[in-house]
Design a protein around this ligand. Structure first.
Ligand SMILES: [Mg+2]
Length: 226
């Protein structure tokens, strides 16, 4: 067989998807609602004991606000975050009481556990990376309480990078750190707008909707999952 034939044969095998492709080198996972579930509503309800505001009012005022954004980008410290929250929600409580409530929003579901088992298998063959919009308090809390981070070679957090998904900077910094080009990266996240932004950079992005779908998407990219 001459070289030309060999190249032709290799391409045809890959195009039929019958052989695992070497193209993907790194796999990036989102954390929240993929590897661990959370509910901000728990915080709003528990804070009602410390303010005259109603949970719904607090939720509308506070969650998804610029203040949470600043905290997730590491622009303010936990203490600064607390004093601003205290002022905004008119809370009568101290920092320690607040932290206890703020942290306890996470729980594991069967879906999370299935994804975790999948990451353990993928770790043997690919650079496994966790990419999360998260504040330092939640990050430290999860690190202590949940066995999630050990499935990854790299952990990239918004509060350390100083940028949040879907800002291109956080994806660019992640690629730089991994030393891989965008086209060699598979990325999954439950928020479609974050996948959209990564795709604009050339990353192979797939919206996470469940483990079966994820396995299908991985196999579709020639990724070995066993
Ligand atoms: Mg998420």
């Amino acid at each position: 067989m001459n070289n030309g034939n060999r190249i032709l044969l290799k391409n045809s095998i890959i195009s039929r998807g019958t052989e695992f492709s070497n193209t993907v080198e790194a796999i990036i996972f989102d954390l929240g609602n993929v590897l661990i579930d959370f509910d901000h509503w728990i915080v709003a309800q528990r804070l009602t004991k410390f303010t005259d505001m109603k949970a719904q009012e607090m939720f509308a005022l506070f969650f998804n606000s610029e203040l949470i954004g600043s905290f997730e980008e590491g622009r303010i410290s936990p203490i600064e975050f607390f004093s601003k929250v205290k002022e905004t929600l008119n809370l009568k409580m101290d920092y320690a009481e607040f932290v206890c409530i703020w942290e306890e929003i996470f729980f594991l579901t069967k879906k999370n556990i299935d994804v975790y088992h999948l990451t353990r298998k993928l770790k043997n063959h690919y650079k496994l990376t966790l990419l999360s919009n998260i504040n330092i308090l939640h990050f430290e809390y999860i690190k202590k309480r949940f066995p999630v981070f050990d499935a990854f070679h790299h952990i990239v957090t918004s509060f350390e990078i100083g940028a949040r998904k879907p800002q291109p900077l956080i994806y660019q910094k992640t690629l730089e750190m991994l030393g891989v080009s965008a086209g060699n990266v598979f990325y999954t996240d439950d928020r479609p707008e974050l996948i959209e932004s990564a795709r604009l950079l050339g990353i192979k992005g797939f919206v996470f909707s469940g483990v079966r779908q994820l396995e299908k998407d991985l196999l579709g990219e020639g990724i070995k999952i066993n």
